[in-house]
Design a protein around this ligand. Structure first.
Ligand code: GTP
Length: 396
């Protein structure tokens, strides 16, 4: 009786959350983050438990074959959901269906050749194996594709580990004691159902949390990035600087303001799309030229920022000159343009500064220097401060 109530609760949990996952997946418009497969996993397992309630106990029937097949297919559906969540875009429905059909056929074979005990032992054994593989994948994922979700992965690994151990124990009990071990009201089965009930209570909000985290991370990323060049925008630069200076003993930084010369002409002569291509190419040059840990951003139409840390005056001078020269040497091909485009840039360099709050001041300094560079003929590097001559000297 207790077992039946627990299994009834399990069914209700699984089917309600299947509906909720499905609803969430339809709201995610195209990118479902695996929620459709999580819904499928819940639905399959929920239906399997409905069939188990209807059957009452171990039996050889079509219903039982379907029950076992659904039970085995559900963890695979969850695994497919996880793969989708982490960005795997390949086909999943066909392999899942093929595995389910193969498992149904295997059941018939095992039942006829080895008998019912072997078929039930196979269910527990294959389940334990599947959960073992999933647990290993989750642990490995915490160190690779899911490095940003390490704590969550450890939590999932523990939950999966529990169900793996219970299925392995169930396998041993069936091998040892036959189908008696599956009596719904036995102490082991009660523990099994209580664990499953806990799992179905804890897992859905955890999955929703993962989706929420992924979406908020993406939003934060979008709010900090320029959509065209994927460089940081002004907000992103400020945040990245705050992070840099929050580290103890963080090195001071120097800011380079890079402005493409006569950019308006490119737009006016070749069209806006050519202008966009030029901006993307300049962004590419910045990305390639800066060291890891330096910051690159686009803060206006044709205005870029590069922030380098841990570099002395001579190093900053060499970097600025290298950027200027690389931009000048780019041959930019644009779809619909017969000729390749060439551009130059003027660069204004700020003084070193040591806090995120000094960003605005550094931008103003670099802007003044940049203005001087434009007035002086463009395609040059100008320093904002009195030591400019000293730094220029270091550059050559
Ligand atoms: N294609 C494209 N053009 C942009 C974008 N944002 C701003 N612009 C254009 O960039 C041009 C900037 O022109 P100006 O500020 O006069 O600068 P400039 O022509 O580079 O002149 P100097 O800086 O003095 O050398 C304007 O025509 C803007 O319309 C963008 O995202 N894409």
């Amino acid at each position: 009786m207790v077992a039946s109530i627990l299994v009834g609760m399990l069914c209700a949990h699984l089917l309600f959350f299947a509906a909720m996952f499905l609803l969430i997946s339809t709201r995610l418009h195209g990118r479902k983050l695996g929620m459709d497969f999580f819904a499928l996993g819940n639905l399959l397992l929920g239906l399997a438990y409905v069939l188990q309630l209807a059957e009452g106990g171990p039996a050889w029937s079509l219903m039982s074959v379907v029950n076992h097949t659904l039970t085995i297919a559900s963890p695979l559906a969850y695994a497919c959901g996880a793969m989708r969540f982490f960005g795997y875009g390949g086909a999943l429905v066909r392999p899942l269906t093929a595995f389910a059909l193969a498992y149904a056929a295997a059941q018939v074979l095992v039942q006829w050749s080895l008998g019912p005990v072997a078929r039930y032992a196979m269910l527990a054994g294959v389940s334990a194996l599947l959960f073992l593989v999933m647990g290993i994948a989750v642990v490995r994922g915490a160190r690779s594709f899911a490095r940003d979700l390490q704590r969550e992965m450890v939590f999932f690994a523990l939950l999966i580990g529990g169900i793996c151990v219970l299925n392995a124990l169930k396998f041993l009990r069936i091998v040892d004691g036959g189908l008696e071990a599956l009596h719904m009201d036995s102490r082991f089965q009660l523990v099994f159902y209580v664990y499953m009930c806990s799992l179905t209570t804890v897992l859905p909000p955890s999955i929703v949390w993962l989706v929420l985290r992924r979406l908020t991370d993406e939003l934060r990323q979008m709010a900090a990035c320029d959509p065209m060049t994927q460089l940081l925008n002004r907000r992103g630069l400020a945040q990245a600087l705050e992070l840099h200076f929050s580290a103890p003993g963080a090195a001071p930084v120097c800011l380079l303001l890079i402005d493409v010369d006569h950019f308006k002409r490119i737009n006016d002569t070749h069209g806006h799309h050519a202008g966009d291509a030029v901006l993307c190419q300049v962004a590419q040059v910045l990305r390639g030229a800066m060291r890891q840990g330096d910051l690159t951003g686009r803060i206006g139409g044709e205005e870029f920022v590069a922030i380098c840390s841990d570099t002395d005056a001579a190093g900053t001078a060499r970097l600025a000159e290298r950027l200027r020269a690389e931009i000048e040497n780019q041959a930019i091909e644009v779809v619909g343009c017969a000729a390749v485009l060439r551009v130059t840039a003027t660069i204004g360099v700020s003084q070193q500064f040591g806090s995120a709050q000094a960003l605005d001041g550094a931008l103003q300094e670099a802007d003044v220097a940049l203005y001087r560079g434009k007035a002086g003929g463009r395609n040059r590097v100008e320093w904002s401060h009195a030591r400019s001559l000293e730094m220029q000297g270091a550059a050559v």
